[in-house]
Design a binder for this molecule. Sequence first.
Ligand SMILES: [Zn+2]
Length: 227
Amino acid sequence: MLKLVTANQSSYSRTPLQPRRVHTITDRFAKLIVRLLCDYIQRFLHRTIDDIDLIVLTHFHADHSSAVDKLRRLCHAPVAASAINRQLVTEEKILPKFGHFAGQVLSGVLGHHDLLLPASVQQIKLVDIWLNDVEGLPGHLDWRIIASVGHASESLCVYHPFSEELLCGDTLVALEGGSLLWRGGADRHQREEILHILRSLSIRYLYPGHGRPVLSLQPLSKVEFEW
Ligand SMILES: [Zn+2]
């Protein structure tokens, strides 16, 4: 996820006469997407890459973070991610080496949400700002962080109560037809807890890490489960 503001407009506000000033564009920073993102910002938004003022990682899986260093070099914006990463690295809680995909699946199936994938350790070195549950994003305090441990130990969602937008990373992904699939891990208790929190929010716009955005009054009323 990425935040863009103009130099003297650091806070978000929206009235019928005011165009939206903060754009949240993607939460996936793989190589091709970073290229498309730069094109989109320049050609469609008519902004410069330097207008990006914050890069937020919803988690460290490669499809969301593999080119974040490239983006950071281009825009010089800080990278922010869940503070749980810092804790896990300090405590050396790292999964033994599997292939990246196998590691992702194992961490989900076996419930090792207190362990980091070895590949994530490299990505962690790119993080400038650590984010804690419930706090606001630095410079965008009206965007709230919701820790959603499950898909990865460091998974987080970001919620904006005034515009009723939720960016949920891979905690939920959209399927064909607009229904949502829970990908937040197999721990039933944890799942109920996170879903309870998310369902208590007023959400009209839900942006999953994969699939189309869901525009609905109660997007979380019907959720399918992976296992
Ligand atoms: Zn993903």
